[in-house]
Design a protein around this ligand. Structure first.
Ligand SMILES: [Zn+2]
Length: 132
């Protein structure tokens, strides 16, 4: 979704497109990875940034994900299907959908379990840390 489409979705929910909401959506659109509320707030009020994130999450535009031990991070919904986070170096990398589908299928067949990778990252060791 482009930023104008995101802003139209905010309006279609009867919500105001404030400067703060617009800047949160623009920052998330420009970011290559999920950002913390502090990163999104910049110098602005952190509490109101959290409120705006909750509002945008409540209408499905934004979601939060936990990558390792740090604070929750925010990204535009639908941008990534799942993440991996290295327990050694802390680097997070999105996992391509086919890989996630294969893992889901394996868990379903083995245990009738349907994993959801959108809220918590898969943790383990990245290729570089495994090589050293
Ligand atoms: Zn690593």
């Amino acid at each position: 979704m482009s930023v104008p489409t995101l802003l139209n979705t905010v309006r279609s929910h009867g919500m105001r497109v404030s400067t703060a909401r617009r800047s949160v959506l623009e920052a998330l659109d420009a970011a290559g990875e999920p950002l913390t509320a502090e990163e999104l707030a910049g110098g602005a009020d952190l509490a109101s940034t959290y409120r705006n994130l909750e509002t945008l999450e409540s209408i499905g535009l934004v979601r939060h994900v936990h990558l390792g031990h740090g604070p929750g991070r925010y990204e535009l919904s639908g941008r990534h299907d799942g993440w991996t986070t290295c327990q050694l170096c802390g680097r997070s990398t999105p996992l391509p959908s086919p890989a996630l589908q294969a893992i889901r299928r394996a868990a379903r067949e083995a245990a009738g379990f349907e994993p959801d990778f959108t809220h918590f990252a898969l943790t383990g060791r990245c290729a570089e840390c495994r090589a050293t």
